[in-house]
Ligand binder design. Structure first.
Ligand code: NIG
Ligand code: FE
Length: 427
């Protein structure tokens, strides 16, 4: 939908390039490759020049571009939220209150609430309703500086509704400035009609739903909620192997509630990412590091479920590539807030601000297999950037829970401006 823009950003206090074309592991996560007095040129949506403003000005004439004077402001790559469940019907505020009173997430799920509650509402919702709710969530994400987001199905658990969710994401992707990467999560829970027949349900997903998803190119990734009392390692393996055979890339909800061998399975199958990992074993962490699987950590979920945080420091010491994402969903973590993720990662997970920025940019891109085209400010990459209202990236976690994003640029066009009276998609 979006026209591609020609933009010249000059005099920024710094450009935080996060430069690189592959995931950053271990110590590499600390080097943001910052350019002071940064200038940036985007032509036809693609980054054409980045460096000291004086040098850039010698080679590029301002009159050919929309010019932004970013004096006193920091410029970063657009954030990549690489794990969300953004299209769903209904809400579960009541369950949230039950959890505050001590009922566990899994107890609610086993009583037919949780994911199955959202499944009912999503099956009942029209495409239009899902689309309009989705748009609102994307607008909220955009205001936090997100320029690419991953979205999963998984609230249908039948052929029709799984496809409906993926089609809604397709439409949202073409209507909204944020790019959406789609994931098929048909094995998110066992629906009522297959209760006690998990193997039969997996077989249904493999033989009836997956082929349509692949044939109609409705998703790029396949994911499974591999967890005790949900889908076993064997069930997860059989679905993911079939998905891989059919050309989908893999993700896994791994070791979220109990230690279950999900990280090991992600490594065995060569998944692009293993997500959650709150309870991942030492061996599992070593194996995903060795296999080059991105460890996608979702601290908002640990916070909301009052669970211990994933061991980010341990993972970084073991040379993992760590990404961070919101997990935005109606149950375990209902938030689009990037500032919240910054606060939790830096304050509770002991990640440095630099590691956190890397985890939400180039490593988020790597978790979506897009490290060569987005996630950093490098020549030839897509012109997706954010401009902060402060001079340094350090202000992001420092301004606790509040967004410092002043402007969002997608493919060289200003698509959000905080000062434009909250107007979205401004030009
Ligand atoms: O990532 N754990 C499974 N899926 C989501 C929660 C979905 C929901 O509760 O609706 C998660 O936590
Ligand atoms: Fe999730």
């Amino acid at each position: 939908m979006l026209d591609k823009g020609n933009l010249f950003i000059k005099n920024s206090s710094e450009i935080v390039t996060c430069s690189g074309f592959k995931a950053k592991r271990g110590k590499e996560m600390s080097d943001l490759k910052v350019i002071p007095n940064g200038g940036l040129v985007i032509e036809n949506g693609i980054i054409k020049a980045v460096g000291d403003t004086r040098k850039i000005s010698e080679n590029f004439k301002e009159e050919n571009y929309q010019v932004i004077d970013a004096s006193g402001k920091s410029v970063l790559p657009g954030f990549v939220d690489s794990h969300t469940h953004l299209v769903f019907g209904g809400y579960r505020a009541e369950e949230f209150c039950w959890r505050l009173n001590g009922t566990s997430y899994m107890d609610i799920m086993q009583r037919g609430g949780g994911i199955l509650n959202t499944v009912k509402a999503t099956r009942a919702a029209s495409k239009e309703e899902l689309y309009h709710e989705g748009l609102k969530r994307l607008d909220s994400m955009l205001s936090f500086g997100v320029t690419t987001v991953e979205g999963k199905s998984g609230y249908g658990l039948d052929c029709e509704t799984e496809i409906k969710q993926l089609e809604v994401m397709e439409k949202l992707d073409s209507a909204h400035p944020i790019s959406i990467v789609k994931t098929f999560l048909g094995a998110h829970a066992v629906p009522e009609e297959y209760k006690g027949e998990e193997d039969k349900f997996i077989d249904f997903i493999i033989t009836k739903v997956l082929p349509i998803v692949v044939e109609r190119k409705l998703a790029e990734f396949c994911d499974v909620f591999c967890e005790k009392n949900v889908f076993s390692l064997e069930q997860s393996r059989s679905l993911l192997l079939e998905a891989k055979k059919r050309g989908l890339k893999l993700k896994l909800h791994a070791d979220e509630i109990v230690q279950f061998g999900g990280a090991e399975l992600a490594a065995e199958l060569g998944a692009v990412s293993a997500d959650h990992l709150l309870k991942a074993s030492e061996t599992g962490i070593k194996e995903i590091s060795k296999a080059g699987v991105v460890a996608t950590l979702l601290p908002g979920t640990a916070f909301s479920l009052k669970e211990p945080y994933p061991k980010a420091r341990d993972m970084i010491e073991k040379e993992c590539a760590v990404a961070l994402a919101t997990d935005m969903n109606p149950g375990s973590c209902f938030t689009e807030s990037i500032p919240l993720i910054f606060a939790l990662a830096t304050i509770y997970m002991n990640m440095t601000v630099e590691e956190t920025v890397t985890a939400l940019t180039i490593n988020g891109a790597a978790a979506l297999n897009r490290e060569e085209t987005i996630g950093s400010i490098d020549l030839g990459k897509q012109g997706d950037v954010v401009i902060l209202e402060f001079p340094s990236y350090q202000y992001i976690p420092y301004h606790i829970g509040v967004s410092c994003v002043e402007k969002v640029i997608k493919k060289g066009r200003v698509v959000f401006d905080k000062k434009g009276k909250n107007k979205l998609y401004v030009d």
